[in-house]
Design a protein around this ligand. Structure first.
Ligand SMILES: NC(=O)c1ccc[n+]([C@@H]2O[C@H](COP(=O)([O-])OP(=O)(O)OC[C@H]3O[C@@H](n4cnc5c(N)ncnc54)[C@H](O)[C@@H]3O)[C@@H](O)[C@H]2O)c1
Length: 326
């Protein structure tokens, strides 16, 4: 049984992770400033005797010191997430994604120096690969960002700084850090409000409204179920061979965004239609997208095996059924 801190635990992935950790018998403290997450995501767990919920920011140094006083495992998920949010709030994106990680790592190191076995998981993202043109992205591949005047790259660049820092703590002090580069993660409780494509499509299709496909819809993505992703994360955290490593996590089943829309429409059965929208209308004139984003999962599978229980049709089916009863 561990004492675990989950930052961003009221968010989409964090709320699922919190549930899984409680189910495994751990004591969990969640800290979340409810900027994009909400306490309601944990409604089914708030009465759990092993859960402590704190509304607050991981940018608050006093709070972070208090939180770390008696934990063994830190899952750092708090961040500004979502392409639409990043385009709208580039300053907050950089501030939220860099300073709290620096603070958490520094304070975790102090705890480690007392002799306690603490481990740190950093939720990073496939956005760090930027627009690398390779068919499949491997953890050692180059990061290829566009110009700094295009705000969307600030998300990947800020997470890349987090990775550099986490790796530096491993290299200099042997602080056990694991970095998970999540590809598109989807599942129940994900909101479409910040630009996430699948919840947007499901909501529109179930309501019989048009599904807005950006540009020509030929962008390639892979969608992994949150339960599958979390299964890997929790196992990686405890694996000595994963310490100091970056690991791609997600699905490697490619689908174009247009095909995704068509599959969602077919599963919803409401006769909804596709409507194309330019990037300029969806975001702004400066927006630049990533055409293809597919992970190489060789490292993940060699460390923890293939945890996938859901393929894309199962994911779409689950989300549509849930939306219909909401
Ligand atoms: N969902 C995906 O497809 C995906 C893909 C790649 C990476 N990630 C990473 O996974 C993590 C979780 O993402 P998510 O999809 O659950 O997003 P989310 O927005 O649902 O969760 C982020 C949570 O962090 C909280 N938060 C933000 N800043 C905070 C702060 N300073 N202090 C405390 N709480 C704060 C938000 O309120 C929210 O609850 C993020 O680090 C994100 O970069 C997600």
């Amino acid at each position: 049984m561990f004492r675990v801190l989950v930052t961003g635990g009221a968010g989409f992935i964090g709320s699922h992770l919190t549930g899984a950790l409680l189910q495994q018998g751990h004591r969990v403290t969640v800290v979340d400033d409810e900027s994009t997450g909400k306490r309601g995501n944990l409604a089914h767990l708030l009465e759990h005797p092993h859960l402590t919920y704190l509304a607050g920011s991981v940018g608050d140094a006093d709070l972070v010191r208090d939180l770390l006083a008696d934990v063994d495992r830190i899952y750092h998920l708090a961040a500004a997430v979502g392409v639409a949010l990043i385009a709208r709030e580039p300053i907050a994106t950089i501030e939220r994604n860099v300073y709290p990680t620096e603070l958490l790592l520094r304070e975790t190191m102090k705890v480690a120096e007392t002799g306690r076995d603490v481990r740190f998981f950093l939720a990073s993202t496939s956005e760090v690969y930027g627009k690398n043109p390779k068919e499949k992205w491997c953890e050692d591949d180059d990061l290829v960002f566009g110009p700094t005047k295009r705000a969307r790259w600030s998300y990947g660049a800020s997470k890349a700084i987090d990775e550099f820092l986490a790796l530096a703590y491993w290299r200099q002090y042997r602080l056990p850090v694991v970095i998970g580069r999540f590809f598109n993660v989807v599942g129940p409780r994900q909101t479409g409000a910040y630009g996430m494509v699948l919840p947007r499509f499901v909501e529109a299709a179930v309501a019989g409204k048009p599904l807005r496909v950006h540009d020509d819809g030929r962008q390639i993505r892979c969608f992994g179920h949150v339960d599958d992703v979390i299964g890997s994360v929790v196992e990686l955290m405890e694996l000595p061979a994963a310490a100091g490593r970056i690991v791609n996590i997600g699905s490697d089943e490619p689908v174009s965004i247009l095909e995704l829309a068509e599959r969602v429409i077919a599963a919803a059965g409401t006769g909804a239609e596709v409507e194309f929208q330019s990037y300029a209308d969806a975001y702004d004139e400066d927006f630049e997208d990533i055409r293809r984003r597919v992970p190489d999962l060789t490292l993940l599978h060699s460390l923890v095996g293939d945890k996938r229980k859901y393929n894309l049709d199962a994911i779409i089916g689950e989300l549509i059924e849930q939306k219909k009863v909401e």
